[in-house]
Write a protein that binds this ligand. Structure first.
Ligand SMILES: Nc1nc2c(ncn2[C@@H]2O[C@H](COP(=O)(O)OP(=O)(O)OP(=O)(O)O)[C@@H](O)[C@H]2O)c(=O)[nH]1
Ligand SMILES: [Mg+2]
Length: 382
């Protein structure tokens, strides 16, 4: 090859290499533009993790049966907590179990199987692999296989039922998950029980630390960060502010007459407003748009139907013509949130019930569409 021809060859391959690099850069940029970072914030128990479960139902693996089987321990934990809480409240309401044998059963269960141990033996009920076989345990304890049946007879006891029906009066109230799993205890206590997707949506298991989940929707990759909402955990949130496309902020509408679990002097809605103000004004989230989920609409409507009013949290709120009006009440709360954010902040509100699969499908499709548009808009600015 002549020197000239060799020079031409080198130039050709350099051009090809440069083209390849350009393609790679374009490809990487496109990938980056199709990667969406979502941060889910909000107070403890407002519904953040339940929203992630819905994403998994509609855009993930939908919880295959093996996964649901594993998650039944969370159900048992909620159910057993519920038994303990009802019995504790029964004492304060001076209600006793009507069948003497049931009182004895419950005492023996509590004495011989402290909470954590009941959880350990429950899983073994199905395969008969009894924890009782370990030598250090007393022979007088009921067999693990008997525990669900024993709890079932306590659940069916007229005294327990009377107390359960008076749960509105409990000093230490049952959580929504506890009510749900007691109401479904006949099914839950069956030895062949496998949680349904609806059961999983009802489980209450506070998030510990921060969890990241990924979902592919069309050509977009959503990286979703779920945080723990309790006060003591909130300092960790800011480590995830950088590079966020949008924040999804959860508020439990039904919290208008509830106090924080971790601070009984703080109203849940007031607390949500304070956090919302802080995060919408945080300098690392200045360009992040916000999607506001006014969640637990079902519980909120139930409370209003029972004659409660958001005036508990906002005494200045005036009910038109004196009657409780759900739409006006939700609008008032929504406007409170709008008013605490900076004026130029984009906020997309949604009223939701995170345990409702069909409703959440529609809302999630809508929200993801908004987020993809936000992402493309931001990408165009870079
Ligand atoms: N009835 C009803 N229950 C809901 C709704 N959203 C969530 N829940 C229930 O509320 C409880 C708490 O929900 P989570 O999603 O765990 O709350 P979270 O915001 O992740 O809470 P932390 O992890 O503690 O910050 C669970 O038992 C859910 O089933 C809703 O819209 N309606
Ligand atoms: Mg959570």
């Amino acid at each position: 090859m002549t020197e000239k021809a060799a020079g031409k060859e080198i130039t050709k391959s350099a051009t090809a290499r440069s083209r390849h690099i350009d393609h790679q850069i374009d490809h990487d940029r496109d990938e980056k533009h199709r990667e969406v970072q979502l941060l889910i914030l909000g107070g403890g128990g407002s519904g953040k993790s339940t929203f992630i479960k819905q994403l998994r139902i509609h855009h993930g693996d939908g919880y295959p049966v093996e996964e649901r089987k594993r998650m039944k321990y969370d159900v048992y934990e909620n159910a057993i907590d519920a038994f303990h809480r009802v019995v504790k409240n029964m004492k304060e309401l001076s209600i006793t179990l009507e069948i003497v044998d049931n009182s004895k059963k419950y005492e023996t269960l509590c004495e011989t199987y402290p909470m954590q141990e009941i959880l350990c033996v429950f899983p073994n009920v199905e395969n008969g692999n009894s924890a009782l076989r370990s030598p250090q345990l007393s022979r007088s304890r009921p067999q693990p296989s008997e525990i669900p049946a024993q709890l079932l007879s306590i659940w069916e006891d007229a005294g327990f039922q009377r107390a359960f029906n008076l749960r509105e009066k409990f000093c230490d109230p049952l959580t929504e998950a506890e009510i749900y799993f007691l109401e479904h205890f006949i099914r839950v206590s069956n030895k062949h029980y496998i949680p349904t997707v609806q059961d999983l949506l009802h489980v209450r298991k506070p998030t510990v630390g921060v969890q990241e989940h990924s979902f592919r929707v069309q050509e977009f990759l959503f990286r979703v960060i779920d945080v723990a909402g309790q006060k003591s955990q909130r300092k960790k949130w800011m480590h995830f502010f950088d590079g966020v496309t949008a924040v999804i902020f959860f508020v439990a509408l039904s919290g208008f007459n509830e106090q924080l679990e971790e601070d009984s002097t703080m109203n849940k809605l007031h607390d949500s407003l304070e956090i919302f103000e802080e995060v919408t004004r945080n300098k690392f989230l200045l360009i992040a748009d916000f999607i506001l989920f006014l969640n637990k609409q079902d519980l909120f409507l139930q409370k209003l139907e029972n004659g409660l009013s958001i005036r508990t949290a906002f005494p200045e709120f005036k009910e038109k013509s004196g009657a409780v009006n759900p739409d006006a009440s939700i609008k008032y709360i929504r406007n409170k949130f709008f008013a605490t954010a900076p004026q130029n902040k984009m906020i997309y509100p949604h009223v939701s019930c995170a345990i409702d699969i069909d409703l959440m499908k529609v809302i999630i499709d809508d929200v993801l569409q908004i987020i993809m548009e936000i992402n493309l808009k931001k990408a165009a600015l870079i």
